[in-house]
Ligand binder design. Structure first.
Ligand code: PGA
Length: 255
């Protein structure tokens, strides 16, 4: 993909493990209708694997991009139950979530595995949306900066300038995901500055500055305006509120 421009903003819907392929296609068609042909923000949706093809068909000819929620670091082989980046590309995906906290904390994904997945995505010309974020315990122990810096360094350390420009980062404080407890504008802005600083340390300043940094965690039509009023916030990753066309399209309109 070509570089993500800093503006318009990017809004990504993460449908997680919800809906059948038929239901996903209907949701995609409804989002397409509500968002229209020329949304102000760049928009992507990440359905579960079995629905990718149906959603691609529903979005055919629309500017809404298709993404996936995960990939395996290897290109092919004896990895029962896994899905490769090449498979995702062939389904029409242009981006893929990497290291979502539900995978880091629920499925034991390490920083090292996230780094391998990021590189696997880039090999297939998929834009990885690399998710980072601290737990509540880490925030309360004042470890947010340390955790974000470690996660960014592990994922991006040693990455060449050109591929880095294809990446997106999502700051998703674990305590805000699916909890209804959203980060304040200032908390998001501060974390995004830490992420940019860490990127600067891992990549050349120039390429680091071009990577969009999204906020994710309990984003709704009600709080989107406040969040994107921070210039550090380049867009949002939306879970629950992306499962209904009306709320998702209101977020897109406000982004
Ligand atoms: P949420 O999920 O919007 O439901 O909090 C965000 C995410 O997990 O990406």
């Amino acid at each position: 993909m070509s570089d993500w421009p800093r503006r318009p903003r990017l809004v990504v819907g993460n449908w997680k493990m919800n809906k059948t392929p038929t239901e996903c296609a209907a949701l995609a068609a409804a989002i397409r209708r509500e968002v229209g042909d020329a949304p102000r923000a760049r928009v992507a949706v990440c359905p579960p694997f079995p629905a990718l093809t149906a959603v691609r068909t529903a979005l055919d000819g629309s500017p809404i991009l298709l993404g996936a929620q995960n990939l395996h670091p290897e290109a092919a082989g004896a990895f029962t139950g896994e899905v490769s980046g090449a498979m995702l590309s062939s389904c029409g995906c242009v981006l893929v979530l990497v290291g979502h906290s539900e995978r880091r904390h629920g499925m034991g994904e390490s920083d090292a595995l996230v780094a391998r997945k990021l590189r696997a995505a880039l090999r297939e010309r998929l834009s990885p949306v690399v998710c980072v974020g601290e737990t509540l315990d880490e925030r309360e122990r004042d470890l947010t900066r340390e955790v974000l810096t470690r996660q960014i360094a592990a994922a991006f350390g040693g990455l060449a300038r050109e591929p880095a420009r294809q990446c997106v980062i999502a700051y998703e404080p674990v305590w805000a995901i699916g909890t209804g407890r959203v980060a304040t504008r200032d908390q998001a802005a501060e974390a995004h500055r830490v992420i940019r600083e860490a990127l600067g340390g891992s990549l050349s300043g120039e390429s680091g500055g071009q990577i969009p940094v999204l906020y994710g965690g309990s984003v709704t039509p009600q709080n989107i305006g406040d969040l994107v009023s921070a210039e550090e916030v380049d867009g949002v990753l939306v879970g629950g509120a992306s499962l209904e066309a009306a709320s998702f399209s209101r977020i897109v309109a406000a982004a």
